[in-house]
Design a protein around this ligand. Structure first.
Ligand code: GLC
Length: 445
C-alpha cells in the first residue's frame, strides 16, 4: 500500500512535534559524545564573581534595583583572589566525587572572569586580582581528569550595546536599532570564540537565553561554530532549543523526565554566589538523598558552590562536598556508570542498575531497620548484600501464587549493622538482566 506523500509528511510532522515535546534537546545531538556526561552523575557548579565582595546576589541585585549599578560595579575594587588556589579547588572537586565542574566565565553582570580582549570589563583589567582565574583552574581540573565546563551568560546587562539593563528600563529596542544589536552580537560571538579557542571547554553552560529568540541570538550558528572548534563539546539546554540536554533549576522532578539527558542545578544554601547572610545550608543527608534521587531518574546533579572574593571556599560548602565525597567513595559502584533504576511503584526509594541490568542497587531512604520490599520482580535473585559489606542478606518471596505468573513480593532482610550514616545501598545481584512485571495484578498478565 502506498500513502500519498502529503499524508507521510503529516505523519512525520506529528512524530516530530511529539519528539520535540518530549525532548528539549537538539535533534543532531550525537549519543556517543554524551556518554561521559551520562556516566558522570555529579558536577560542581561554581559561581565566582565580584558579587562575592559585598555578598549580594549575582547580577540580579542591580538588575532588580536592590543596589545601584554604580555601587554594584564598585565591588570590582574589592575582588582580590588573594587566596585563590586552583589546585586546591580541583582537589576538593575530585574529593567530592564529581566528574566535571562548571564555572562562571561571565555572568549577567558582564564581568569576564578570564582575559577577554573584547572589552575592558574583566577581573584581569578591572580588579586588583589582575589575572585570569579560569585558565589555571581548567589546567588543574584536567590534571585531575575532571571535565571542564564554561558557564557563559548570553545576557550582558553592563554592555552598552545590550538592550536590557534594569528590570524596568531597557537601553533600546532591537526592532528600532538592529545595527546596535548587531554590534552586541559581534561582541558576544567574539567572547564565545575566545573561550572556545583558549579555554576549550568540554561543556558549555549557557544562561540567559530567555531574553531573546533563537533567531535573534543566532543560536543555531552559535551551536555550529562551537561544534566546528570541538565536535565533542556538549552544550546545555539554555540556547533556545540548540543545546544537548535539559537543565531544571532548583526544582526536583517528581516523575522521571521524558527527555534523555538532564541535569538538576542546585545551590547548597539558597544562593548561587557567596552570600554570608544566607545560612540556609542543605545538610549532607539532604544533598545525598537528592543526589540519589536524581541519578535514579537518569539525571546528573550540578551542585553549586560560591567562593569568596579572595578565592577561598566557605567551610560549610567544603564540608558538604567532603561528606558527599565520602559517601560517593563508599557507594561509587551504585552511582557512577549506572543507568536509571526501577520505575516508580516497584520500590519505595531511589534505585539504579548496572549497565548490563544484572545488578540492582536499592537506596534505602530513611535507612530502615525493617525488611524492604521489591514489587513485580520477575528476575531471579542470585544474592543480596549491603554495598560495601560482604555478608549476604536473606530474602523471602511473599504472596507468590503457584498458578499465577504474577511475581510475589521480595522482602529483603534489613541489615542489622553497617548502615551508612546517611543512606545505605543494597546490592541485589540478579541471575539474568532485569525483567519486571508491570501489570495491575489479578489473573491476567
Ligand atoms: C539563573 C540565574 C542565575 C544563575 C543560574 C544558574 O538562570 O539567572 O543567576 O546563575 O540560574 O542556574
Amino acid at each position: 500500500m502506498r500513502f500519498p506523500s502529503n499524508i507521510i509528511i503529516l505523519i512525520l510532522a506529528i512524530a516530530g512535534l511529539h519528539l520535540q515535546a518530549q525532548q528539549k534537546i537538539h535533534p543532531d545531538t550525537i549519543r556517543g559524545k554524551m556518554q561521559w556526561f551520562a556516566d558522570a552523575k555529579l558536577g560542581i557548579f561554581i559561581h565566582t564573581g565580584i558579587y562575592a565582595v559585598n555578598g549580594v546576589s549575582e547580577s540580579w541585585s542591580f538588575h532588580n534595583r536592590r543596589i545601584s549599578h554604580a555601587d554594584y560595579m564598585k565591588q570590582t575594587a574589592g575582588f582580590t583572589l588573594r587566596n585563590y588556589d586552583p589546585a586546591a579547588w580541583a582537589a576538593l572537586i575530585r574529593e567530592s566525587g564529581a566528574r566535571y565542574a562548571v564555572i562562571t566565565t561571565k555572568h549577567h553582570d558582564g564581568v569576564a572572569m578570564y582575559d577577554t580582549r573584547m572589552n575592558a570589563l574583566s577581573i584581569v583589567k578591572a580588579t586588583p586580582a589582575g589575572r585570569d582565574m579560569i585558565k589555571p583552574f581548567f589546567a588543574e581540573l584536567r590534571k585531575q581528569g575532571i571535565k571542564c565546563g564554561a558557564y557563559y551568560s548570553l545576557i550582558d546587562w553592563s554592555h552598552h550595546d545590550y538592550p536590557g539593563f534594569l528590570k524596568d528600563s531597557a537601553r533600546y529596542s532591537v526592532e528600532k536599532d538592529s545595527l546596535r544589536w548587531e554590534r552586541f552580537r559581534v561582541f558576544f560571538r567574539g567572547q564565545i570564540d575566545e573561550i572556545a579557542g583558549e579555554l576549550k571547554p568540554d561543556l558549555w553552560w549557557f544562561d540567559g537565553d530567555w531574553e531573546h529568540s533563537a533567531r535573534r541570538w543566532g543560536a543555531d550558528d552559535v551551536r555550529k561554530s562551537i561544534l566546528q572548534t570541538n565536535p565533542a563539546a556538549i552544550i546545555n539546554g539554555r540556547l533556545q532549543g540548540f543545546g544537548d540536554y535539559d537543565t531544571p533549576e532548583q526544582n526536583f522532578p517528581v516523575s522521571r523526565p521524558p527527555y534523555h539527558w538532564w541535569e538538576l542545578c542546585m545551590t547548597i544554601n539558597d544562593s548561587w554566589g557567596y552570600q554570608p547572610k544566607d545560612t540556609h545550608w542543605k545538610t549532607p543527608y539532604e544533598v545525598i538523598t537528592i543526589f540519589a534521587d536524581v541519578v535514579s531518574n537518569g539525571g546528573n546533579l550540578l551542585l553549586d558552590i560560591g567562593p569568596r572574593e579572595d578565592g577561598s571556599i566557605p567551610e560549610e560548602q567544603r564540608s558538604v562536598l567532603k561528606a558527599l565525597g565520602n559517601w560517593n567513595n563508599k557507594h561509587a559502584e551504585a552511582i557512577f556508570n549506572t543507568i536509571p533504576g526501577l520505575p516508580p511503584g516497584h520500590f519505595y526509594g531511589p534505585s539504579t542498575l548496572s549497565k548490563d541490568s544484572t545488578i540492582l542497587y536499592l537506596f534505602l531512604a530513611g535507612n530502615p531497620r525493617e525488611a524492604v520490599v521489591i514489587k513485580g520482580l520477575f528476575s531471579e535473585i542470585e544474592n543480596i548484600s549491603l554495598l560495601g559489606q560482604n555478608s549476604p542478606l536473606a530474602w523471602k518471596i511473599v504472596g507468590k501464587i503457584s498458578w499465577s505468573p504474577v511475581p510475589g513480593l521480595v522482602y529483603i532482610e534489613a541489615p542489622s549493622a553497617g548502615h551508612d550514616q546517611y543512606m545505605s545501598v543494597l546490592r541485589v545481584k540478579l541471575k539474568k538482566p532485569l525483567r519486571l512485571y508491570r501489570g495491575a495484578g489479578g489473573l491476567a498478565l
